[in-house]
Each structure stands twice: as structure tokens, then as C-alpha cells.
Design a protein around this ligand. Structure first.
Ligand code: GLU
Length: 305
């Protein structure tokens, strides 16, 4: 296994020259685009890794899967799905257009920014600090280490340049979909996006999803089976923005990407996989991550369908 992961990292590294780190959040632009990390967590709690699998990065939209799982556990499915749909959009992650044009008058799914901002407004806690801390504690259980932190500079950089997410949040507010005040909601959302994890963490969290909510390394139940299934299904249909369909054809596993360069994948009853590579394609997905997941799927026969 280790040799396979090393080979995939070596194959992926030259491909990173085809993309660039996200720059619409200025602090992300400084990332080294040639970094590539890959980790796989199995059902016995073992981790296999290659490349920069222990380099921490901000998980950005991968946090949408964690926040969804946490809010489903804390508040139940009805609180979430009365305000957010379950359908893919085919639009970019930060698109605002359907909020006005669609008849459902709510974000299509929790994996796009509009849906994730609604979910962030449902995080339990009295204020932003408590909500963000509660989510980090939950993520800590899901990745098997209690000290999950966040990158303050990235959080502030996003806050300072977030005209589009602010527009989305105000629109959501107008539709009556936010459970907390607009700026508070955005603060919690930016802080969740700035959480710092590495590919090995994403692999472990992916393995919790893969085993329907049980942490393979301890046997502890982290999530209800139903929650794990809901999150995986939405990852499979909506997890890679407007590249979700193509990724389904190429790799065929539930996955969630983020513009920090991470992807978390869950392969039913087999593996969690974490990838890292900040060079992104035009849709905002990690070029190295997409490549390595497709190759792993072929090599290990991971296709869910
Ligand atoms: N914080 C980022 C944003 O809202 C996350 C986007 C992403 O990773 O897709 O724009």
C-alpha cells in the first residue's frame, strides 16, 4: 500500500504545474502549489501516507461536510432540510443565482456556499466563539486528536474580501433562512473554513464516514449511522462543486473538496482517504487530489457504483 501511495504522489506532482492556489482569499495564494499529500485510513485504524500528508492547511469547504454532520447530530435532519435542499446545482460553489430564480427559495444543498452558510447559522452555542469551538471539538473527535485549531490570518483574509459570501448571506437573511444574525453567521462560517487539518486527519475522518459513524481506531461511535449516510450521499452528489458528476465518473466515491487544496473521501466499509494539493483546477478542485483519487479507485477498485 505504501509503495502505491508513493507512486501516486510522484505521478501527481508534475500535474500541479497546470493549476494555481486559490487567490480570491488573498492569504491562500501564498501556498506552495507543488505540495502533494496522500493518506489512507483503513478499518483497523491504520494510516498509510505519502508526500506532504502531515502538512496542515485550511480545510475551507471540506468543513461543510463536518458542519453538516455536527448540526444533523445536534439539531436533527428537519432543522437542516427545512432550510436547505438536497439537490446538486451544476453551478460554481459560490453562485448566488438560484437563490432568486428557483422556486424552492432555499439553497439547493449544504455543500455549496449558500447552503453551508445556512448550516453555519444552525451551529449550537451562544456566540460565535462557542459555536466555532463546539465544531472544532466535534472535528477533533472525528479526526482522533483533540487539538484542532484554525488559521486566524486566513479567517481574517477571507472576512476582509468576502463581498460575495456577504451578498449570499444577506440574501439568505431576506429569505428568512438564517438562524443567527448575518455577520455572526459569516464569522462562524469563516472560522470553520479556516480550520487546520492535514491529509491524515481527513483520511481518519473519512474512515469514520466509511464505517457509518464508528471510528475504526477506537470503536467509538462518533455519528449516527443515518447522519453518516446523509453526509456521504450529499458528498457523492454535490461534494466537488460543478465537477461532482465528472468526479463520479472518474473516481466513483463520495468526496468533499475545499479551495485550500484538501479532499476527503469515504469508501464504504473500506477506507477513508485524504488528499492535499493546493494547485486547483478552474472549478476550485485540487488537481493532484482528483488525479490520485481516480488512480486509487482504479488500483483498489473503490467505485461505489
Ligand atoms: N471559505 C471559502 C468560501 O466560502 C470556501 C470555498 C471552498 O472551499 O469551496 O469561499
Amino acid at each position: 500500500m505504501h509503495a502505491l501511495l508513493e507512486t501516486l504522489v510522484a505521478e501527481a506532482r508534475p500535474l500541479t504545474a497546470r493549476g494555481k492556489p486559490a487567490s480570491y482569499i488573498p492569504a491562500l495564494a501564498a501556498a506552495d502549489p507543488s505540495l502533494v499529500g496522500l493518506a489512507l485510513a483503513d478499518g483497523e485504524g491504520r494510516i498509510f501516507e505519502a508526500g506532504e500528508a502531515r502538512k496542515r492547511f485550511t480545510i475551507q469547504s471540506v468543513s461543510k461536510a463536518f458542519a453538516l454532520a455536527y448540526v444533523l447530530e445536534e439539531r436533527g435532519a428537519n432543522a437542516v432540510f427545512s432550510r436547505v435542499g438536497m439537490e446538486p446545482t451544476g453551478d460554481p460553489f459560490n453562485s448566488i443565482i438560484r437563490l432568486e430564480t428557483s422556486s424552492i427559495r432555499k439553497p439547493f444543498n449544504p455543500m455549496i456556499n449558500a447552503g453551508a452558510i445556512v448550516v453555519a447559522s444552525l451551529l449550537p452555542g451562544r456566540d460565535v466563539a462557542e459555536r466555532a469551538k463546539g465544531l472544532r471539538a466535534f472535528v477533533g473527535r472525528a479526526v482522533g486528536r483533540p487539538d484542532v485549531g484554525f488559521d486566524l490570518a486566513v479567517r481574517e483574509s477571507e472576512d476582509a474580501t468576502a463581498s460575495r459570501n456577504r451578498s449570499i448571506a444577506w440574501f439568505l437573511n431576506e429569505l428568512g433562512l438564517l438562524a443567527t444574525e448575518v455577520e455572526e453567521t459569516l464569522d462562524a462560517y469563516f472560522e470553520q473554513c479556516a480550520m487546520l487539518l492535514d491529509a491524515a486527519d481527513l483520511a481518519r475522518a473519512g474512515s469514520v464516514l466509511a464505517f457509518d459513524g464508528i471510528a475504526p481506531w477506537s470503536g467509538e461511535r462518533i455519528l449516527a449511522t443515518r447522519t453518516a449516510r446523509t453526509v456521504k450521499s450529499l458528498m457523492a452528489t454535490c461534494g466537488l462543486y460543478d465537477g461532482s458528476g465528472e468526479f463520479g465518473v472518474e473516481a466513483g466515491v463520495p468526496a468533499k473538496s475545499g479551495v485550500g487544496g484538501g479532499i476527503m473521501a469515504a469508501v464504504k466499509r473500506r477506507y477513508g482517504i485524504g488528499t492535499f494539493g493546493p494547485a486547483l483546477d478552474p472549478r476550485g478542485n485540487s488537481i493532484a487530489g482528483l488525479y490520485m483519487l481516480a488512480r486509487l479507485s482504479d488500483e483498489l477498485d473503490l467505485f461505489a457504483l
